[in-house]
Design a binder for this molecule. Structure first.
Ligand SMILES: [Zn+2]
Length: 188
């Protein structure tokens, strides 16, 4: 007789994880405000030469932590915007769990960040643009639906996706151009 338990579905969770992609006007005003702050943080990151991604953690309609992607300046491969915000929130609340919190992030999370979201028990994630290369909510994977995470998460995506994408595109365009001009200078 097999001793394996079938956990192929989220059948041990009361509320299975959900992903909803919707247009800007289907989000409420508060969502707009918090994502606008996350976009400002992303711009701040771009100004310091980091890939522009921003994140804001909200509890009870109050910002408890925020951050932007900064692995280069901090020499920390884990310093993605979500990780920075989660670490700061845990420190300031003196708690390793962030139950009831909503994370606003301008880009679809990667495996590392989704792991941290699950471990910190954040309940809701609102993201902006999809990340075709490393996003694991809708792009490369639907990782949050895996039953082994044992945490139900509501994910709502697409908020200000165009603005977020435009920031990233402008950043990479500028970086390509500056690389080209450095190449030209070196060949003189
Ligand atoms: Zn990440």
């Amino acid at each position: 007789m097999s001793s394996f338990i079938n956990t192929s579905k989220n059948n041990h969770l009361k509320n299975p994880s959900q992903v909803i992609i919707k247009p800007d006007d289907a989000f409420d005003e508060k969502d707009h405000d918090f994502m606008n702050i996350a976009l400002d943080l992303a711009r701040q990151g771009a100004r310091s030469g980091e890939v522009p991604v921003g994140a804001v953690l909200v509890y009870d309609n109050q910002i408890i932590a925020q951050g932007f992607n900064c692995p280069i300046s901090t020499c920390d491969a884990t310093a993605h915007a979500e990780m920075v915000a989660i670490r700061r929130a845990c420190e300031s609340l003196d708690n390793y769990r962030l139950m009831g919190a909503t994370l606003y992030v301008t880009l679809e999370p990667c495996t590392m960040c989704l792991g941290a979201i699950v471990h910190s028990r954040i309940n809701r994630v609102v993201f902006g643009a999809s990340e075709p290369k490393s996003g694991v909510i809708i792009s490369q994977e639907k990782l949050n639906e895996k039953s082994y995470f044992n945490h139900s998460l509501l994910v709502e995506g697409g908020l200000f996706a165009e603005q977020s994408k435009a920031l990233l595109q402008a950043f990479f365009k500028e970086r390509r151009q500056s690389k080209k001009s450095i190449g030209k200078q070196n060949s003189l």
